[in-house]
Design a protein around this ligand. Structure first.
Ligand SMILES: [Mn+2]
Length: 392
């Protein structure tokens, strides 16, 4: 029996502009913890193979802390005789393969893993255990392919590709899949027709954050999903990974959950707020839905009078939300005044200023001798933000 752990979309190092530095550090630690849970499972279950199907890192230039962490996790697995295969995703793909490479290549050069970093040729390797032969192949995400095309339609299969029937063939990809793609998504989608024509039995497809499986014509598609929820639209995801077992010709797989940070979306209809003090009633509702570890988004909705709008202290609401959650986002895009839309609020801008002031204060306390240059940097940053009209 061959046991395979399948993960993708770990997005290590993801940046959140709404988090202060210490919280951002904590959040990035949570993302690493989720990946470590997958690795520890693989070691405890004594699996043979570990597959990472792209977007291990959230950027093509990961931070040293995340690279060091991954080196440690990968070597933990190789010491336990687990063979690791990885491909590049859209987030960790360099702009040009000619001038740069996927960060996972570092671990390949260090002898820890095998990557499939070509974006056009399906390279492969044969894995053998107890007389069971599995062909493992992969194709990295090609960021130059845009629009709603089939990105693997023209994939090149090497001329020495084995044709034996007695070989279970597995292909690792990082693209959207037509069966589960968002109907409006304008990104490349792998089609069932292409998967049917290609000579593989099992397709492992990273990229979609919701886990899924699909069977057709004796072929299997496994979408591992992400190991965390990254955006507020992902509240209902169940982060995790797959355990695939192959015994003789029998193929089984199950989804295994990982501990993810709690996330919640809430809505407050302002037309329901009949109160002397609307600010406090809104804050009270937010606090009732808050806790220190939560990623909370509060949507204010409804059509209200200008006088009610003016009586609401959005800064105070934002501050209360930030103080009682891990991350708080106040969404006012669906708030209307007499049929007019309010596109932006002064609140978020002030909060960028406030964050800047807090950071500046901290730096000045740490190194008072650099006070002048820190103030100069602060003023330059404020000016830049104004010029670029950057808001939260
Ligand atoms: Mn992706």
């Amino acid at each position: 029996m061959v046991k395979i752990v399948i993960t993708a979309d770990n997005h290590l190092g993801k940046y959140y502009k709404k988090l202060l530095p210490e919280k951002l550090q904590e959040r990035r630690k949570r993302l690493r913890d989720a990946f470590e849970e997958v690795v520890n499972f693989a070691i405890e279950e004594k699996v043979d193979i570990f597959v990472q199907a792209g977007d291990l890192f959230d950027s093509p230039n990961p931070r040293n802390q995340d690279l060091t962490f991954v080196a440690r996790e990968f070597s933990k697995m190789t010491k336990n005789h687990i063979k690791i295969y990885a491909i590049g995703g859209n987030h960790d793909a360099p702009n040009m393969l000619e001038s740069d490479s996927y960060p996972i290549r570092i671990f390949e050069e260090a002898g820890l893993i095998k990557t499939f970093s070509s974006q056009s040729t399906i390279n492969y390797e044969i894995f053998e255990k107890d007389g069971l032969n599995i062909l493992i192949s992969g194709l990295s995400h090609d960021p130059r392919r845009k629009g709603r095309i089939d990105p693997i339609e023209k994939a090149i299969i090497p001329s020495d590709f084995p044709k034996e029937n007695n070989l279970i063939k597995l292909l690792i990809l990082h693209y959207s899949f037509e069966k589960f793609a968002h109907p409006k998504a304008q990104e490349p989608q792998v089609s069932i027709g292409t998967l049917d024509l290609l000579p593989f039995d099992i397709y492992i497809i990273g990229h979609l954050h919701e886990q899924n499986t699909y069977r057709f014509a004796n072929k299997h598609v496994i979408i591992p999903g992400s190991t965390e929820r990254f955006e507020f639209g992902e509240e209902n995801l169940t982060p995790g990974f797959y355990l695939l077992t192959i015994e003789n010709k029998k193929i089984n797989y199950e989804h295994i959950k990982v501990k993810a940070q709690p996330m919640r979306n809430m809505e407050i209809r302002l037309t329901e707020i009949i109160s002397e003090n609307p600010t406090n009633s809104i804050i009270e509702r937010i606090i009732n839905n808050s806790h220190k570890d939560l990623l909370l988004k509060c949507k204010l909705i409804g059509e209200i009078s200008l006088s009610l709008y003016r009586s609401i202290n959005f800064n105070k609401i934002l501050e209360a939300g930030i103080n009682s959650n891990f991350l708080f986002d106040l969404d006012t895009q669906n708030l209307r005044i007499k049929g007019e839309e309010i596109h932006t609020l002064p609140a978020p801008e002030t909060s960028v200023d406030k964050n800047l002031e807090m950071i500046t204060k901290k730096y000045m306390e740490e190194s008072p001798e650099d006070k002048d240059i820190i103030i100069e940097a602060l003023n330059w940053l404020k000016e830049e933000l104004k010029n670029r009209e950057i808001m939260l």
